[in-house]
Design a protein around this ligand. Structure first.
Ligand code: GRG
Length: 302
C-alpha cells in the first residue's frame, strides 16, 4: 500500500509538469481553473493503471516517455469530465476531491472552459509527442497514433460521453432493465479505466492477445470500481469521499446496489477483482504494481 502512495506522489509531481503555462493575461483565469481542478488531489488511478499495464507487457525504458505523456492526457480528460459533471446543468455538486468544485471557485463559464481546455490540451500533448517521434521511429509513431485514436473513441460518444448521455436520459425516465445500467457503467465509468490499461499495453509493445486480455481486466476493474462507487455513495462519509454522500438516492438514481442488493454487490466486487488478479498473474512482465493497485481498490472503504 505504501508503494501505491509512493508511486502516486511521484506520478503526481510529474503529471503536474504537463499542465499548460500562462502565455497571456487574458487566459490566466481559465488556466488557473484548469490547474486548480487538476492539482487539488485525486487518486490518479487511471495513470497508475496505465503504468501498471505498461509494466505488465514489459514496456522498455525508451518507451517510458510516451506512456508518461498519455498518463497526463488521461488524467486531464478525467479531470475535465469531473469539472463538467459537477456543473449545475449536470450534477450540480459543490464539493469535489474535498474542495469546492471548479464552478464554485471560478464561476460556471470559466468551469466550462477549464474542462474544454483540459480536454483539448490532452490531445495537443499527445499529438505533439507523436509529431516529435515522427519518422525517427515509425513503429513508435504508429503505436502513438493507435493510442490516440483509441483514447478519443473511449472518451467520446462511443465511450464516456455516450455513458454520461444515457445516465442523464435515465434521470427523467424509469430504468427497467439491468442492461440499461450496464451500458452506463461500461461507458461512463468503465471506458476511461479500460482504455488506460489498453494504452499502457499498446505503448509498452504488448501483443494483440495481451491487449485483448488487458481489455478484459479493464472491464472487470471498471465495473468493480463503479459498484464500489455505488456502495461508497450509500455507506461512506463526506470526509472520506471528499464529496457529499447519498447523491444517488437524492437524484433517484437506480444503481448496481439497488438492482442486486448490498451483499451481492460486495461479493461481485470481490469476484471481479479476484478474476482480475488471476488474469494479471498470467502476464510475463512485472505485475507488482497492477496487483498492488487491485489490492488498493479492494480496500476502498464503505
Ligand atoms: C461530463 C462528459 C462527462 C462525463 C462525466 C466521469 C463522469 C462522466 C462522471 C463522474 C460521476 C461519477 C461519480 C462517476 C462514478 C465513478 C467515477 C468516475 C468517480 C470519480 O473517479 P475517481 O474516484 O476520482 O477516480 P478522483 O478524484 O480520485 O480522480
Amino acid at each position: 500500500m505504501n508503494n501505491i502512495k509512493m508511486f502516486r506522489d511521484s506520478i503526481d509531481e510529474k503529471l503536474k509538469r504537463y499542465l499548460p503555462t500562462v502565455a497571456s493575461k487574458h487566459h490566466e483565469e481559465v488556466l488557473e481553473a484548469m490547474k486548480y481542478s487538476f492539482a487539488i488531489g485525486g487518486k490518479r488511478i487511471r495513470p497508475l493503471l496505465m503504468y501498471g499495464a505498461f509494466k505488465m507487457v514489459d514496456g522498455s525504458y525508451e518507451e517510458y516517455h510516451c506512456v508518461e505523456v498519455f498518463m497526463a492526457c488521461i488524467e486531464m480528460i478525467h479531470t475535465y469530465s469531473l469539472i463538467h459533471d459537477d456543473l449545475p446543468a449536470m450534477d450540480n455538486d459543490d464539493l469535489r476531491r474535498g474542495k469546492p468544485t471548479c464552478h464554485k471557485v471560478y464561476g460556471e463559464a470559466n468551469a466550462v472552459l477549464a474542462g474544454d481546455g483540459l480536454l483539448n490540451y490532452a490531445y495537443e500533448l499527445a499529438l505533439k509527442e507523436t509529431i516529435n517521434v515522427g519518422t525517427k521511429d515509425i513503429d513508435r509513431s504508429k503505436k502513438l497514433l493507435e493510442a490516440m485514436s483509441i483514447m478519443a473513441s473511449h472518451a467520446g460518444i462511443y465511450g464516456m460521453i455516450g455513458g454520461q448521455a444515457a445516465d442523464i436520459k435515465f434521470e427523467n425516465k424509469e430504468m427497467t432493465t439491468k442492461n440499461e445500467l450496464d451500458y452506463i457503467h461500461k461507458n461512463k465509468t468503465g471506458a476511461l479505466i479500460r482504455v488506460s490499461l489498453i494504452i499502457g499495453g499498446i505503448l509498452g509493445g504488448g501483443s494483440v492477445k495481451q491487449i485483448e486480455q488487458l481489455k478484459v481486466i479493464g472491464n472487470n476493474i471498471g465495473l468493480s470500481f463503479q459498484i464500489q462507487d455505488d456502495l461508497l455513495d450509500k455507506y461512506s462519509t463526506k470526509e472520506v469521499l471528499g464529496k457529499p454522500i447519498g447523491s444517488d438516492e437524492k437524484n433517484n438514481k437506480k444503481t448496481y446496489v439497488s438492482f442486486v442488493g448490498v451483499e451481492q454487490s460486495k461479493e461481485d466486487v470481490k469476484r471481479l477483482l479476484n478474476e482480475s488478479r488471476l488474469q494479471v498473474e498470467g502476464f510475463n512482465g512485472d505485475s507488482t504494481l497492477m496487483l498492488e493497485l487491485i489490492d488498493f481498490l479492494e480496500t476502498r472503504k464503505y
